[in-house]
Ligand binder design. Sequence first.
Ligand SMILES: O=C(O)C(=O)C[C@]1(C(=O)O)C=C[C@@H](O)C=C1
Length: 314
Amino acid sequence: MTAVPAGAEYGYLGPAGTFTEAALLQVLPEDAVARPMPSVDAALAAVRSGDLAAAVVPIENSVEGGVSATLDALANGSALRVTREMLVPVTFVLAARAGTALADVRRVASHPHGWAQCRGWVGSHLPEAVYVPALSTAGAAEGLAVDPDAPYDAALCAPLAAQRFGLSVLATDVGDNAAAVTRFVLVQRPGAVAAPTGADKTSLVVFQRDDHPGGLLEMLEQFATRGINLSRIESRPTGESLGQYCFSIDCEGHIGEARVGEALMGLHRTCREVRWLGSYPRADAKAITVTVSTTDQAFGDAGDWLTRLRSGEA
Ligand SMILES: O=C(O)C(=O)C[C@]1(C(=O)O)C=C[C@@H](O)C=C1
């Protein structure tokens, strides 16, 4: 594990028992301390201010898609860098205080992404139940344990959270998709850039100059002509006015590789703003296939050829 100053604090979307804590435990350096944070915004603000050395936040779920709070916090404010990604399979239980029966459950709390992944099960087993939003799945479980006036009777959370808060499990595997996975990122302040591993991902946010026909296609061409595969692209409102969007993108490759560097330069030339969020090893460590014409060697050779022509060589 990475060496960090003893006691360095790594924040995560808390409380203890969230899926985010499970993601953090995959990368927490030996000497570091985990600190639960009340929200994604609070965790990233504390990294920006220097109060935390790093934070782990959810970014994407295989069923519900992007986590808007994370995408927006990374796209705005002072620069942050994603330095790792982690995948966590998500399985949910319906947990309640001891003595509560399934038939007693009228209101169910969870994180919006948790609710979205269990909506089908709740619809068929508790058709009358009303959803109560919580800041995290474990936060919903904790509420039942510590607050006698919690405005709900049951929580959709990880089995570990139910155990940690002494709740009884009314039903297991209540997620609608048994293969659901959430992707998390480790976020730090900008610093030294780790070298490419051959199995990397790059994240960025692109703000286009203006709205015109083919604008999105022009942006995508910067990747396509350099043989770069995108693994996620979504538009997010910039908040400036209705219809103003930026694009949150993950692509294969590392900023230290020629084809990715060239694509970033192309975007920089043609777009209003390009925010590079980082290049980091893929969680699945799957090596990237690069076409012969877009290897570093191919870009290097082409550059040498141009230099020879410019120098007047025959
Ligand atoms: O509430 C949690 O336990 C979290 O870690 C957050 C979160 C998310 O934001 O997607 C993480 C994984 C699950 O998909 C549901 C909720």
